[in-house]
Design a protein around this ligand. Structure first.
Ligand SMILES: *Cc1c(COP(=O)(O)O)cnc(C)c1O
Length: 476
């Protein structure tokens, strides 16, 4: 028996080549000409419905027509997170070698679940995880980790592991501590895991947006007196708002003394370990029980790629191993890792490949220099703002993030007026689509925030954007 030609979902070799080259050409044109595009897409649901709504078509359409439709109607209405003037949230600078790596992984449809399915894929994941373990000073032999879809899944995987190791099945009295600057994905993970709000302690931060240590200690003591079971302390190595690194060494001491799991969320700042003074900046990171890093941010990988590292790989296998009958024949020997036993997903894409290929092609040194450059660019931006009489630096250049607001010294605006003015500046810049620059809130003030992790962003890109802000501020 053989399926009808069209039911085989096949193209001819000539078609595969022709269409494949069209896709490559479109990507190369985008990467080479991205700077000439506008980074921001602004569209309402109604506009997108109007442009794109259709019923699932029963009949075939030529690939050319489908691709043309995508290039004309879909791609132009998507923000460009790799654009040099995309300054908000956490940009995704990406790199073309990894785009090719991801293409290979998809094209060969590599199943990266178990050893037996793809021995070399599992091996490359082991090798690249070892590169990372080494960078962070985690134990070589005992350490382990896994690539995930992103930082959110890495944090969830970490916290599930922490709960399993520290609490076993009864977590009714367990409490977890994190600061008010910790990333929202952590609270989301804790809620997904079934903890109640009463089991989450959000500790205030100090003037520098770091954990208020005394308040943390008080909270732990109070909880013990009340019969709660503190089990996990979550620190940030690079908060998303300000790039602030918590007092990792001090917090690790507290975790040790109190027998708490010490998780560090380095999804934003972890990559800084590659910078010249990275070891200093992230001092204490090696003391974590588990560490989240997010290669699709500052390791310049395309989406999706997160990573969890742990001090002891057995914690992962001890938490995530289930042994269904249909996987019995593919378990492999004990040195052969089945990544489906180290995390939540069974079927997983081959994420290690893009990381491996890009690090090998460019060399780790190129990544180090890119990150060093990001630091320098952010420092230069701070200097530019400090020299100006129109701007106030609210949180200084830290791990390539700076927060500032328009606050001319010759005008005496009230706090409410400043909030309004800076919101309006952001709105006008975003509406112009020339740059992505949105606000955040620090100490109750609305401020502009720049995250400068794109190595293709120049000082001119920054200056043009600040000048644009000044021009729209004059108009307001
Ligand atoms: C981005 C970020 C996350 C979430 O990672 P995703 O890859 O977006 O899921 C978690 N923590 C911090 C500190 C982040 O900056």
């Amino acid at each position: 028996m053989k399926a009808k030609t069209e039911a085989r979902l096949e193209l001819t070799e000539a078609q595969m080549r022709e269409y494949g080259y069209k896709v490559v050409d479109a990507l190369v044109a985008h990467h080479a000409g991205q700077e000439q595009k506008k980074p921001v897409a602004v569209a309402s649901r109604a506009e997108m419905d109007e442009l794109l709504t259709e019923n699932a078509p029963e009949e075939a359409t030529s690939f050319e027509t489908v691709m043309q439709g995508v290039m004309e109607k879909v791609i132009p209405h998507i923000n460009l997170l790799s654009h040099p003037k995309f300054f908000s949230f956490v940009p995704g600078p990406s790199n073309f070698v990894s785009v090719l790596g991801d293409t290979l992984a998809t094209g060969f449809n590599v199943f990266s679940g178990g050893w037996a399915a793809s021995p070399a894929a599992a091996e490359l994941e082991i090798i690249t995880i070892n590169w990372l373990l080494n960078l962070y000073g985690f134990p070589k032999k005992r350490g382990g980790g896994i690539f995930t879809s992103g930082g959110s899944m890495a944090n969830l995987t970490a916290l599930v592991t922490a709960r399993n190791v520290k609490c076993g099945d009864d977590f009714s009295k367990a409490v977890i501590y994190l600061s008010d600057q910790a990333h929202s994905s952590n609270v989301k993970a804790i809620r997904v895991m079934g903890f109640t709000k009463e089991q989450i302690r959000i500790i205030p931060t100090d003037m520098e947006f770091k954990f208020a240590i005394n308040k943390l200690k008080n909270a732990i003591n109070k909880d013990r007196l009340e019969g709660w079971k503190p089990f996990c302390l979550l620190a940030s190595a690079g908060t998303t708002n300000t790039g602030t690194v918590d007092q990792l060494s001090e917090l690790s001491e507290i975790a040790k003394a109190e027998d708490l799991w010490f998780h560090i969320d380095g999804a934003y700042g972890g990559a800084a370990i590659l910078a010249k003074d990275g070891k200093q900046l992230l001092k204490g990171v090696e003391k974590a029980d588990s560490l989240t890093v997010d290669p699709h941010k500052w390791f310049y990988q395309p989406y999706e790629m997160g990573c969890l590292l742990v001090r002891n790989h057995k914690w992962l296998s001890g938490t995530f191993t289930e042994k269904p009958e249909y996987l019995k024949d593919v378990e492999g020997n004990s040195s052969e890792i089945n990544f489906y036993d180290h995390g939540i997903q069974l079927t997983r894409r081959f994420r290690a490949l893009k990381f491996y290929m890009s690090v090998k092609t460019f060399g780790l040194n190129a990544f180090r220099e890119a990150i060093d450059y990001n630091f320098k660019l952010c420092d230069a931006t701070e200097e530019l703002l400090r020299k100006s009489k129109k701007w106030e630096v609210v949180s200084p250049s830290t791990l390539a993030i700076i927060n500032f607001r328009y606050n001319p010294i010759d005008k005496k605006y009230s706090e409410a007026e400043l909030d309004k003015l800076n919101s309006k500046i952001s709105e006008a810049v975003v509406q112009s689509r020339e740059a992505m620059l949105v606000t955040t809130i620090l100490n109750g003030q609305i401020v502009l925030r720049m995250c400068l992790i794109n190595p293709r962003t120049t000082f001119d890109h920054v200056k043009e954007t600040i000048e644009l802000c000044e021009a729209v501020a004059e108009e307001i």
